[in-house]
Design a protein around this ligand. Sequence first.
Ligand code: 4NP
Length: 155
Amino acid sequence: MTINVLFVCLGNICRSPMAEAVFQRLVDEAGLTDQFRIDSAGTGSWHVGEKAHRGTRQILAEHGIPYNGRARQVTRQDMADPHTYIITMDQSNSDDLRREFGNHTNQYRLLDFARETAVTDVPDPYYTNNFETVYQLISDGCQGLLETIRQREGL
Ligand code: 4NP
């Protein structure tokens, strides 16, 4: 069985590509590559087809994590499988998805899984330019997310 995980932010150039790359690295390190299909998308369409933001590419490179994805928008098909883990970066992403696609039974905010912080929304570095803070929050959330999925799915 393949577990689908889709990370969602607003533009799909800063936060959700970073989460996709970090989570892929954790899954690979755990030897679970074949069990997962990991992707990211944005609720908005402004940046479709673009590479990740320079700040995201730079912070991933600093941490030795590869990423070559291009931005795309969330589709109805993405949201159609109730088993897909839909992981948003902030509450507005969650609200936007619910407004557009209705309730999804397996939709969460990434930082609900974080162990080291009480912050609930990943701040948007498109505006703050603070990619290191975002990386730390995303790493924390992704570790907790993987642990939760492993327990729940018996991996
Ligand atoms: P992201 O950041 O949602 O983390 O990819 C943003 C990127 C672009 C815009 C907003 C947020 N924008 O308004 O173009």
